[in-house]
Design a protein around this ligand. Sequence first.
Ligand SMILES: NC(N)=O
Length: 688
Amino acid sequence: MLSTQGAQILSQGIGYGVVLGIGFVFAVLMMVLSVLQNRYTSFRTTTPEEFNTASRAVKPGLIAAGIVSAWTWAATLLQSCTVTYEYGAAGGYYYAAGATLQVFLMSILAVRVKTIAPYCHTYLEIIHARYGNTAHFIFATFALATNLIVSSMLLLGGSAVVNAFTGMNIYAANFLIPVGVMAYVILGGLRATFLCDYSHTTILMIILFYFFFYTYTKSDLIGGMEGMYHMLVEAAEIRPVAGNKDGSYLTLKSNNGLVFLIIQMFGAFGNVTVDQGYWQRAIASQAKTTMYAYLMGGIAWFAVPMTMSTVMGLAAVALANNPSFPYLGGLSSTELNAGLTAPAAVVTLLGKGGAVAMLILLFMAVTSASSSEMIATSSVLTFDIYQLHINPEASPERLIRVSHMMVAIWAIVMSSVACIWNAIGISLNWLYLFSGTIYTPAVGPIIFTILWRKQTRAAAIGGALGGLAVGVISWLVVAKTYYGELTIASTGDPYSTLAGNMASCMAGGIIAAVITLLKPDTTFDWTATKNINPRGRKLDAEALRKMSSEDKDSDTVGEKEQEDIVALSVKEVASLNGRPEEQEILKRSLKRAAWASSIMSFIVLILIPIPMFFSHYVFSLNFFKAWVIIGIIWLFVAACITSVLPLWESRRAMTFIGRGVVKDIFGSDRRPKEQTTVPQSHQMRSGT
Ligand SMILES: NC(N)=O
């Protein structure tokens, strides 16, 4: 197993303290929030619609924070620094750019889901409604495989760092990290994961600011932006980067960096499109704001790997020959593959305090992304396996029990699989680069399912399975022919994983498109998908009727307050429920999402890097300073989106709950009367 002696500067007690202590604190916090939610708002964590979809009422700032948190993995913080250490500034930029466009493009799919299946719980239900059991089974397998790889990869990175800093047993870390998460997800459901996403992302932002400002304004080892620049120039003389212009760490002309960008792009398409976690945010979102949530989420997430790599990735390059660097002279490939670049830089720059901050940072990223994986998997297992195939008549109470059970089962499964990766010597780097080969074949068929009326069942199945076969064969053939052997090392090397990811993703889409064009579906009209979840629709209609009658004689103060918080004139809702306006809003949103996501993807993927790559530009000192300053401004914008906006959006809800608590404590009962279900269309304008 990996030897990590060099960075071990904290006691095992601190490792256990962070893993169990912070997990426990968040579980208690969630318990309190769930009690407040159930008592003072009309959202009940005891209903499956609320547990798994947050009643489809979450506002865009909180959804954006949720997207950032679900998409910020251990790898985002560790792997972005690894590729920066290997390829220089290009590595960090390509990491961020290569995994942002998928979030932008998801804004289009999110609006489409609201249009074609407003009551679905999972995107797999849409596949079932269109193509039946066999296709559903195949795509559910892809979805669960994605969840399994991502969940276990989160633990692989998290436990490697806890082990490196504290010597805590890596297997114990794999099992203990998810315990607190499991507890708060079971207690609070999807809305709880959003609230934890919010708090985790806010803490993550604070630590990133700390790392940035300490490194570039205080550290004597670095000497500010100018000092960093000169050390990076010097590093290129000692350890030039193969394939970079003049071996420099300060250029986007990086051949290997470009290969990584392509792997990153294709792999991330699979992560975002096949993982239910990103659809879950679309489903939980208010319809009219879902597109803004994804665009803001993409903009905000970009800042996370960009800042981390510009700070700790470059610092590791600059400090590799400093006597206090834990892996003096540079990291070995084993240390690099385990993701120890950032921890090494943190220990050198900030010592024990930095190591604790890094542990907390990692813990926040791993636990909030894990919570997203747990609730996503629980939804798939509950609605796509249990309800569709085992017990279609299951009561809401039973569904909620099954959801809870699935969260617990998933926590055990992800821990066990992470231990298997550790035991057989699969590293974070290997898994990160390879995994797209397995799940990206489903990307094209899934996108067509949502956007293209004419795609047939044969095309969806053929694309996914055919793409998988082409991808796996390409991966193995390149590993054998290009690297001369079939080993873990050769199958994780850049060209093997490039071939696997690209071939899987492209073949999946091309096969599905060709089969569809040869014999398109000419009769499908989306009625089947619009009718998904009749129970949710019925509950909505009943609740709306109930609220309409209450509306007529609602004139007490308590009811008025409840109206304010839940939103709004029933007349307004009724007209919305008729849907022509809502359909019109969604149509406009779809156009805007397509334009905005294309323009933003063009800027980060073409406009900035391509001219810099082909001109072979090497950063001047002033250009480097501008690069770093724009990076930190971007992080400020990200923090405003993820940490300030959700507070602003929820000000009325928080005031309402606060008043309820005060009134309860001081005896005047002005709590809203019990209301078990609020129409989802109604909630669309009111949720937390
Ligand atoms: N979420 C990623 N790819 O860092």
